[in-house]
Design a protein around this ligand. Structure first.
Ligand code: GUN
Length: 292
């Protein structure tokens, strides 16, 4: 069994990006600048955005964090998106999700200039992904693809079960793994809350990707010997033994599933760091595309 070490892989990608920044500097080119908009104080969102800013600093990107109280109006947020679209010093930006209930997330996403949409959430970027045209790919699915690629996991002709059909993970990943590419050419099944025969499907799967946000949902009796298991879950669970009072738990019961796997990604240290690495890759792509 091999651990899919997202933390180590992301560190390698950051080194590659650092080199790219130094090259841009020596060529007299602009340094990539990522902005992040964070609304409210949700613990998970604050930690993700903090990690994104930290990654920028490490790579040598410029970064700007824009924070709003959770009572901010949709109008003010749309105005900020318009400003960031216009601001030539900003090469890419993200609006951290989820947003408070009174704000229409899709409206905000659609207001972002697709060329600066480094999360790859804009319908134009999703459309390009579906048609296999160059564009900005959604960060978590692209991070998973990169983890598979760099570990040379064979996907062609494999049965891949993706559990969870969210717009930001399951649905785009089903397209990326099903399309004609490397990695790709999987026979993809996209399972969701209405799927009736999940255990049968999971026992047939060569690759299982769990993205449902239910801690320890995938048990050993749902996984066949030699399967590849990728865990996208990151639920905060109370843990009095930790100073901060919680720990991150994935969708896979790691201790009992891992011995059956050929490859498995841990939580934390699997997909999470790869999502951030993908965002950095997209930011570099966004600035490179400007000169095309
Ligand atoms: N919330 C959970 N994952 C993501 C992500 O990749 N990008 C943004 N903007 N919000 C998220």
């Amino acid at each position: 069994m091999t651990i899919l070490d997202g933390k180590a892989t992301a560190a390698i990608i950051r080194e590659e990006l650092k080199e790219a920044v130094l090259k841009r500097k020596s060529d007299g080119k602009k340094i990539p600048h990522l902005a992040a908009v964070l609304v409210g104080n949700d613990g998970g969102s604050v930690s993700y955005v903090t990690a994104k800013v930290k990654a920028c600093e490490e790579i040598g990107f410029e970064s700007t964090l824009i924070r709003y109280d959770e009572t901010v109006s949709e109008e003010i947020l749309l105005q900020k998106v318009a400003n960031l679209n216009q601001d030539n010093s900003i090469d890419g930006f993200i609006v951290q999700l989820p947003l408070p209930k009174h704000i229409d997330e899709l409206k905000i996403i659609q207001a972002i200039d697709p060329k600066k949409d480094v999360d790859g959430f804009h319908p134009q970027n999703i459309g390009k992904m579906v048609l296999n045209l160059p564009g900005l790919l959604p960060a978590t699915p692209a991070g998973i693809i990169e983890l598979i690629r760099r570990n040379e996991i064979e996907t062609e002709g494999k049965n891949c079960l993706i559990i969870g059909r969210s717009n930001i993970v399951g649905t785009p990943l089903s397209i990326l793994l099903g399309r004609n590419g490397k990695p790709g050419n999987c026979t993809v099944t996209l399972a969701h809350s209405k799927t009736s025969n999940l255990k049968t499907l999971s026992l047939e799967a060569d690759i299982i990707i769990a993205a449902i946000g239910k801690p320890n949902f995938i048990k050993a009796n749902m996984v066949k010997d030699g399967a590849v298991v990728i865990d996208v879950g990151t639920t905060r669970v109370e843990d009095a033994s930790r100073a901060r009072g919680w720990r991150l738990v994935g969708d896979v019961k790691f201790d009992e599933v891992a011995p059956k796997c050929s490859y498995i990604s841990p939580v934390p240290g699997g997909v999470g760091p790869m999502t951030i690495a993908s965002l950095m890759i997209n930011t570099l792509k966004a600035i490179e595309n400007k000169s095309k």
